[in-house]
Design a protein. Structure first.
Length: 189
């Protein structure tokens, strides 16, 4: 973009420098020379318009980044899972997709997530994870979430969180539950 500004200034300087000497020596050709200078000015204005359009796009991208939330899933506080927003703005309309788990006995179960509706910047709130029947209609009794509870988790589950920022832009964030997940030891109380 800096290159375009230099080109625009160069064209304007050349146009001005070319106009005055030719006007003085060639009074008869002044109308042609005026048209020439106007053409160069038009080109400079068009290049300047392209430059400001690019700056507007960059400005819009920076505005979006200033409102962009970023979510992490952590485990802390005596067997509680939390969503933690480390982004620049609040996350709203948060939801995590259900996940179907195949158990050792060949039974399929559904992990159903209940999230807070709003998560402010630098805020972490608990989420609820229920183990349901595969169709999601009734809670599965006699099953525990130990297979995804750190530090003794036996598997890793990849889920997707979907949320929006304040201006309505939608985002997706891949989250991991189970082995290797963040236990939130670095998060302030």
């Amino acid at each position: 973009m800096k290159k375009n500004v230099i080109i625009i200034l160069g064209i304007l300087i050349i146009a001005v420098l070319a106009y005055f000497p030719f006007k003085r020596y060639l009074e008869k050709e002044a109308s042609v020379l005026t048209s020439y200078v106007l053409l160069l000015t038009l080109i400079a204005v068009l290049l300047y318009s392209l430059e400001t359009r690019g700056l507007r796009k960059i400005s819009a991208e920076h505005l979006e980044l200033s409102f962009k939330p970023r979510l992490l899933l952590i485990y802390r506080d005596n067997r509680r899972f939390h969503l933690y927003n480390i982004g620049n703005g609040p996350a709203v309309r948060i939801r995590i997709d259900d996940y179907i788990v195949e158990s050792i006995k060949g039974i399929s179960l559904r992990l159903k997530f209940t999230c807070p509706p709003v998560l402010k910047k630098d805020e972490w709130l608990p989420i609820e994870i229920k183990l349901m029947s595969e169709d999601g209609k009734k809670q599965a009794d006699g099953f525990l979430l130990g297979f995804i509870t750190p530090p003794t988790a036996t598997m890793t589950i990849n889920v997707t969180a979907r949320f929006q920022n304040l201006i309505g832009k939608e985002y997706e964030a891949p989250l991991n539950i189970g082995q290797g997940m963040d236990e939130g030891t670095s998060i302030p109380q």
